[in-house]
Design a protein around this ligand. Sequence first.
Ligand SMILES: [Ca+2]
Length: 435
Amino acid sequence: VLLGGENMQENWKGARKTIPVVMILLIILVGSMLLYNGPASVRANSGAVIDVFDNATPSGIGINESSGPFAPQQLVILYANVTYNGAPVENKLVAFEVTDPTGNIIFSGSNATDANGIATVRFRLATNATFGTWTVIASVDVAQVAVHDYLWFRVGWIIMITNITTLNAELKPQTVFHRQDVIVFNLTLENIALTNKTCTIEVDVEDAAQYSIIQLELTDLTLASGKNYVLTPSREIPITAAIGLATVSAAPYTASIESGGVLYSPAISTTFEIALVQVPDIAVTNIRLSSTSVFIGQTVQINVTIANTGTEVVAFNVSTFYNNSLIETIPVSILEPASHVPLTFMWNTTSVAEGYYQISASAPLPGDPTPWDNTLVDGFVQVKTKPPYPPLPFPLLWLIVFMFIAAIIAALLAFFLLWRRRKKKPKRYLYTAIM
Ligand SMILES: [Ca+2]
């Protein structure tokens, strides 16, 4: 029992030592439970608290929150709400500092809190404001306790066309078009806002002569927050478009221009070419023969003219024929549009039989839309058998003719003189008789 009594005494001594420790732990636990009022937003009610936010949507209310984005040249209004145990604190000087993504301090300023405990400063973003995430820090000193809050916002074009390309009707990339072709404008659009946005896209095409040849408007598009969009409006290139380099530009507006829309971001542009339809077209325009009647063995010179009546530089072969037999083929390696080439073919008739032959010239060209004018049929050439004797040379022939005529004249003269003498004889007798 005694032993047991001793043990009981020992246990009591131990309990006496443990009770205050447990009590202290309980007090700490209960006290911390009473002090802890829940998550950050609720806890903000205790002691000195500052919350900085701005005029974007959403505004970034809450401790260390981000707001919606700002575009260059936009006015940024910063608000700092200062409370002590949830109640607004008036006339407290709040310091604001704004740094851009490269760490440069772009704005710093201060203002006192009003009756609602709110201090306000404002600044305008520069035209060339650095795109990216900007940081705001607002700090205040309440009852010798310095408190601060961060706010982040993005600077960039809220709605921006990030890319523009041209496609053909099959939606394949293409940069050379012809008049009356369908052209598709491939636009990539980005909405960096934290809310949905309404937007109108204006597309304009100027030809090489600076005439606006295409205008199109995509009105009241709804763009979800943070999404990229691809738009593919299309039009036919007018037949009146100037040949040359055309420029297409597209820009996002808050609404159509007629209803007072303003630009979300600068226009983006690209160029494409409006080209003439390339037509390979040639024609045989003339055939001229040196002679239409020759003896076998003589040569006929055939002059052929070929004109490029198309819009493409072409190469081709030209062949001449007597009936269906080939005389000669001459290649033409280059012929510019709106020009012609004269060619000379020599037809040696040595091995040609006697007869009449039709002369033609032909210049076939693949893709020629008018193949009927690529062949020209000329008249006939008579090929005669050689005479049995060689023809006399020119002066000798004339000498023979002259001598022949002279002989006839001499003969006539002699005949006349003889005739006259015979007629005069009786007259002379008569005269003599009268005398
Ligand atoms: Ca032709």
